[in-house]
Design a protein around this ligand. Structure first.
Ligand SMILES: Cc1cc2nc3c(=O)[nH]c(=O)nc-3n(C[C@H](O)[C@H](O)[C@H](O)COP(=O)(O)O)c2cc1C
Ligand code: SF4
Ligand code: SF4
Length: 245
């Protein structure tokens, strides 16, 4: 069973490609988070968790959902992460999580996908993003073959260094991009940002989106707005958006 969380579509792309190849079912954690659904799940096949990397670890909301959900049937798991450059110490923390959940970790795989951190960096344009995804495709295919054979995947777990140990919790505690979001004059009140937010953190008031404080920085809203009408402070007016449908 493949379970994914995705902000801007890259992890979803990996999950759906794997599901297509392996014939396994796919579950969206985005939907379960939105509905506060931590009911038990059952699978005879190994669990395949797919998600992005946020500040060198898997998103804390994903970790929490995995902790809170009872997983029945198989006790084997793969973790697949999509990232812009590197997954830091994510794997060490995944090993800890697996111990807590009594999962046998069959493998950890990092797949480089397009950068989505529009508030800090430039994100690739359509052609650049296509090139990056083209390079990822054979890796995903190889991974699918290994998952089908329940093969163990060798990985090197980097230590829980300074970056992950201190910067990640600080990042989770103090970074809240939603406080810097505003819709500009191109907003049509379509509510697409309201629907996509996994945290139900956006409401429309007087025909304009208003952001609350319950943001996990997934950047789905700003990258997916069909009119590029969401801006982060004065940092995104001239930047591309990255969202993979
Ligand atoms: C809050 C945040 C933190 C991120 N931190 C990292 C990071 O530490 N390392 C990295 O390589 N990419 C990082 N990224 C980039 C994403 O991991 C990458 O773009 C990923 O493919 C996005 O997946 P998604 O489209 O499924 O949301 C970060 C993105 C966000 C939004
Ligand atoms: S998705 Fe964009 S256009 Fe639609 S309501 Fe949100 S900000 Fe406005
Ligand atoms: S408000 Fe925060 S959690 Fe919601 S879509 Fe935007 S970035 Fe993601």
């Amino acid at each position: 069973m493949i379970i994914y969380f995705s902000g801007t579509g890259s992890a979803k792309y990996i999950a759906t490609s794997l599901a297509h190849q392996t014939g396994e079912g796919v579950i969206s954690l985005n939907e379960r988070i939105k509905k506060h659904d931590t009911s038990s799940l059952t699978s005879a096949e190994p669990w395949v968790f797919v998600c992005p990397i946020y500040a060198w670890r898997i998103p804390s909301i994903v970790e929490q959902m995995i902790k809170d959900t009872p997983f029945l049937g198989s006790n084997k798991a793969y973790f697949v992460v999509s990232c812009g450059g590197g997954s830091g110490s994510a794997c060490k923390y995944i090993e800890k999580l697996c111990k807590e959940k009594h999962f046998e970790l069959l493998g950890f795989k990092q797949i480089i996908m397009p950068e989505n951190m529009i508030c800090m960096f430039k994100v690739p344009d359509k052609e650049e993003a296509e090139q990056i995804i083209k390079k990822a495709d054979p890796l995903i295919e190889e991974l699918g073959k290994q998952i089908m054979k329940e093969e163990k995947i060798k990985y090197r777990a980097k230590g829980t260094g300074f970056a992950s140990k201190f910067i990640n919790p600080l990042f989770n505690r103090y970074e809240n991009v939603a406080l810097g979001f505003k819709a500009d004059i191109n907003c049509t009140s379509c509510s697409s940002c309201v629907s996509i937010c996994p945290m139900n953190n956006i409401v429309i008031i007087d025909h304009k989106p208003v952001w609350g404080k319950n943001c996990i920085n997934c950047l789905a809203c700003i990258n997916s707005c069909p009119h590029q009408a969401i801006q982060y402070k004065n940092k995104t007016q001239k930047k591309n958006r990255y969202f993979l449908k």
